[in-house]
Design a protein around this ligand. Structure first.
Ligand SMILES: *Cc1c(COP(=O)(O)O)cnc(C)c1O
Length: 397
């Protein structure tokens, strides 16, 4: 059976041109970027090219502001722990502000800081996952050393007002870090226009390989290193560079920059079609973001009287691959912290599915999804005593 992949916020397939760019660095050009002979110089120059491609994608002033990391998760850890450790050693404050809907890479790093004497404020969000600037204004203090708020949420697609957040932060002199792993390639991500001091991204969310990410660090932003060892990455991240992966990230960044506008148009069109199709054929469903404040391609929907994990397994049998929330929480029965922060009651949170579309999805695939999802939902609800009771009550057929 041909499968329909609608889980691009979890990961994307590697673009053939990305693979092609990477292959030579796994075969003939296997040099270590630190060696001074020809093999080493080839690797070094490939790493430098990739750094320029990533810098161009996010409009960094200089490629030297880009540090390659092992993953997007590592970039988040590096930004937050790096600032926290440095400011702690200077006694300049111990307060960090983040949001309650961050990816675990940020959230659990903040929990870790709390165990080590830092104070963390987790800003609430509204029903559609948006931070309120007044909450931020109230939370900032003289001791606030870092504000880390994601650019776009991986579960619901909610887009946070990073530009405005940076304006508030600037009045207090606090640096802003943003996890832009989901927004890169889908939104215009311009570090200068946004005003952030640090920004994380990851290759495998933009048709690059897994196991490579990058942290943008604005020139003049000081932070402690996470990894210690050799003098790689201008003394910022020790360890021999993963050259093929770095080349892959560079190629993926270049493609993301070149294709973003056409890709976004395609994603917006298909997502809209899916949204309308599901609303037309299924009652008692709820969207968990506002389309105008949400990533093109992400549709997060709560189905009343449905158990999300069962729906996902049933859809998988139909060849449709979607997910409940972030990949990291699936398999655990705990409702997602993101949906809880939106104020969804646990039962509705359990009945939530994320459709995340990609550039290769087609109109025909979306038509098939619009045809199959309502059937499966109907079958599942037909077996639910609670649904039958409630339908009788409100007169739903
Ligand atoms: C996927 C993701 C990450 C983690 O990136 P990895 O490269 O998989 O470690 C971090 N933040 C967000 C918002 C993500 O979607």
């Amino acid at each position: 059976m041909k499968r329909i992949y609608l889980d691009h916020n979890a990961t994307t397939p590697v673009h053939p041109e990305v693979l092609e760019a990477m292959l030579p660095f796994m075969i003939d050009q296997f040099g270590n970027g630190s060696s001074i002979h020809t093999y080493g110089r080839e690797a070094r120059s490939a790493i430098d090219d990739a750094r320029e491609q990533v810098a161009a994608l996010i409009n960094a002033k200089s490629p030297s502001e880009i540090v390659f990391t092992g993953t997007g998760t590592e970039a988040d850890n590096y930004a937050i722990k790096g600032i926290a450790e440095l400011q702690h050693s200077r006694n300049s404050g111990n307060h960090v502000i983040t949001s309650s809907i961050e990816h675990h890479a940020v959230l659990h790093t903040c929990h870790h800081l709390e165990k080590h004497g830092f104070e963390v404020t987790y800003l609430p969000v509204d029903r559609y996952g948006l931070i309120q600037l007044d909450d931020l204004r109230e939370a900032v203090r003289d001791t606030t050393i870092l504000i880390s708020i994601m650019h776009a949420n991986n579960e619901t697609g909610a887009i946070e007002p990073i530009g405005e957040i940076c304006e508030v932060a600037q009045q207090h002199g606090s640096p802003v870090h943003t996890d832009a792993v989901q927004s890169v390639g889908k939104l215009p991500v311009d570090v200068q226009a946004l005003g952030v001091s640090m920004l994380s991204l990851s290759a495998h969310k933009i048709y690059g390989p897994k196991g490579i990410g990058a942290l943008y660090i604005r020139r003049g932003t000081r932070l402690e290193n996470l990894l210690h060892g050799g003098s790689h990455e201008r003394n910022r991240r020790a360890g021999s560079e993963n050259v093929p992966a770095i080349v892959g990230l560079g190629a993926a960044a270049a493609l993301a920059q070149k294709d973003r506008e056409t890709s976004v148009e395609h994603l917006a069109h298909l997502t809209n079609k899916l949204r309308k199709g599901l609303h037309k054929h299924i009652d008692r469903i709820h969207e968990n973001s506002k389309p105008e404040h949400s990533l093109p391609g992400t549709l997060n929907i709560s189905f009343e009287y449905i158990e999300g994990e069962s729906l996902i397994l049933r859809l998988d049998m139909e060849g449709i691959c979607v997910s409940t929330g972030s990949a990291c929480t699936s398999g655990s029965m705990e409702p997602s912290h993101v949906l809880a922060a939106l104020g969804l009651p646990p039962q509705l949170a359990q009945g939530t599915v994320r459709f995340s579309l990609g550039k290769d999805n087609t109109e025909a695939e979306i038509n098939e999804v619009i045809e199959k999802v309502p059937k499966v939902v109907e079958q599942m609800r037909a077996m639910s005593p609670a649904y039958k009771r409630s339908s009788k009550h409100v007169g739903v057929k």
